[in-house]
Design a binder for this molecule. Structure first.
Ligand SMILES: Cc1cc2nc3c(=O)[nH]c(=O)nc-3n(C[C@H](O)[C@H](O)[C@H](O)COP(=O)(O)OP(=O)(O)OC[C@H]3O[C@@H](n4cnc5c(N)ncnc54)[C@H](O)[C@@H]3O)c2cc1C
Length: 429
């Protein structure tokens, strides 16, 4: 076929390029090779990753690409990217307060900066800047202190006054008589967005190319352990699959999986919603968040305004939330950006986020030898996808956490070394 002789990966997949696009146009785009295989599960693997979201697929990719562990299966109960990865509002930034958080989120941001090229997949990574607004003197004062701390970690962030915000966001209402007036804010210019499902697809394609089996429609229903309590494998809806090295990256269902393995996680699973407006011409070319009015906005490449808010205040495993959150979110949007008041809502959706008491993730060994967990990213894990997968693969390959992952162990909840990021991760994704 026309693809013969083209540059290929280990499993024979041709690379995407402008030339491939032109070549395939000649056959009306009917001969593109499938981006990943759909293999039957093998009886055993060197490593199993449970959960085919961005974090799980990234883990599998780095196990294969960095650690040479290629006999790997990703087991996904639905379809890849069908969890929070394909439902989030794609905000990426690294301006967190504590050193431990700065290290992992900045590690991720640096990986994002070269990821499209590395995966040979257009992730539509756009460093359009992320602004967080201040609506009171107190909030602005706290932000100044936060910005100094963030800069000490070498992360780009700067304080803005009201005029500075207005310059970057001309549609924002800076009238000082509104309920929550804009008093300034801070911006990370290297922050931005990426196309969420492309991240899942890009990692899946690259992992598949290295020999990883991506098995969709395969729910893990139990764990097998040997007499010494070492992990032996998983029971799934497609039969028993054995491995002595298993990583769970199942976001909203982490506590369910931990219970199957016989231990508890300090995780609450809550619905988090988002919505988009009908598409309009470009009106905002950055991301703006407000913790005080619980609303944030960006504009997708299709033209839809992407609006997010905070979590529902109850636990649930339903991928939908309550109307009162949407009402509140739209009221805040109309107050801050009056021009949106006549726009129609195109669609709303929800995901299940897994939050820890300190609003920081868990990347950890567990009481079961050979079983690892990566979860608790709550409302803000999309931005961490490459960094999370990178350090979790390292943990699964070596059995002990590296310097970036170590502070996020389960032991911090008994040892008292909490990494309290409520200020950076409350509504702020
Ligand atoms: C509305 C919304 C907005 C958000 N906005 C942002 C944002 O702007 N920026 C940001 O950084 N983060 C954001 N987040 C958070 C972010 O989406 C998540 O932290 C991140 O995507 C988690 O990725 P993951 O791969 O761990 O989880 P997921 O993508 O949820 O993947 C977990 C997978 O595990 C699978 N699974 C579960 N149980 C099993 C089982 N028993 N067997 C097999 N498979 C199983 C699920 O089907 C799922 O596909 C948002 C989340 C939501 C819901």
């Amino acid at each position: 076929m026309a693809e013969a002789g083209r540059r290929r990966g280990p499993t024979g997949k041709p690379r995407y390029s402008i030339f491939a696009l032109a070549r395939n146009a000649l056959s009306y785009h009917e001969n593109w090779q499938a981006a990943w295989r759909s293999p039957e599960p093998k009886p055993s693997y060197d490593a199993i990753v449970v959960g085919g979201g961005g974090h799980g697929l990234a883990t599998a990719y780095y196990l294969a690409s960095v650690h040479g562990i290629r006999n790997v299966a990703v087991l996904e109960k639905g379809w890849i990217g069908g969890g929070n990865t394909g439902r989030n509002t794609t905000i990426i930034r690294s301006n967190y307060l504590w050193d431990e958080s700065a290290a992992i989120y900045e590690h991720a941001l640096k990986l994002w900066e070269g990821l499209t090229q590395e995966l040979n997949f257009n992730l539509m990574f756009s460093q359009r800047g992320v602004i967080t607004l201040a609506h009171s003197e107190h909030e602005l004062k706290e932000m100044r202190r936060r910005v100094e701390a963030i800069r000490l970690n070498g992360i780009d962030t700067e304080v803005l006054d009201t005029a500075g915000v207005k310059k970057l966001v001309p549609i924002i209402n800076t009238d000082q008589s509104i309920r929550y007036p804009v008093m300034g804010g801070f911006v990370q210019r290297r922050g931005g967005t990426a196309r969420h499902d492309a991240v899942a697809w890009g990692y899946a394609r690259a992992a598949d190319d290295l020999g990883v089996d991506i098995i969709q429609g395969c729910e893990v229903t139990g764990f097998l352990k040997d007499g010494q309590g070492h992990i032996e494998g998983v029971e799934t809806t497609r039969g028993t699959i054995r491995s002595k090295r298993i990583g769970c990256v199942a976001a909203g269902h982490s506590a369910v999986l931990a219970a199957m393995a016989g231990f508890k996680l300090p995780i609450q699973a809550r619905p988090l919603q988002a919505l988009v407006s009908e598409p309009i011409k470009p009106v905002i070319d950055t991301v703006v968040m407000s913790n005080a009015v619980h609303m944030y906005v960006s504009q997708s490449d299709k033209g839809e305004l992407v609006l997010g808010a905070g979590t529902d205040s109850y636990n649930s495993y339903a991928q939908r939330g309550s109307l009162n959150i949407i009402e509140h979110q739209l009221a805040a949007a109309c107050e801050l950006y009056p021009i949106v008041s006549r726009l129609r809502v195109l669609r709303t959706w929800g995901g299940i986020v897994d939050t820890c008491p300190d609003a920081s993730p868990i990347i950890s060994t567990t009481p079961v030898d050979g079983l690892f967990f990566n979860c608790g990213w709550g409302t803000g894990g999309f931005k961490a996808t490459p960094g999370s997968g990178h350090v979790f693969a390292d943990l699964m390959a070596k059995g002990r956490p590296n310097a970036i992952a170590a502070p996020f162990s389960l032991e911090r909840f008994s040892g008292g070394y909490l990494i309290d990021e409520h200020g950076a991760a409350g509504v702020a994704h």
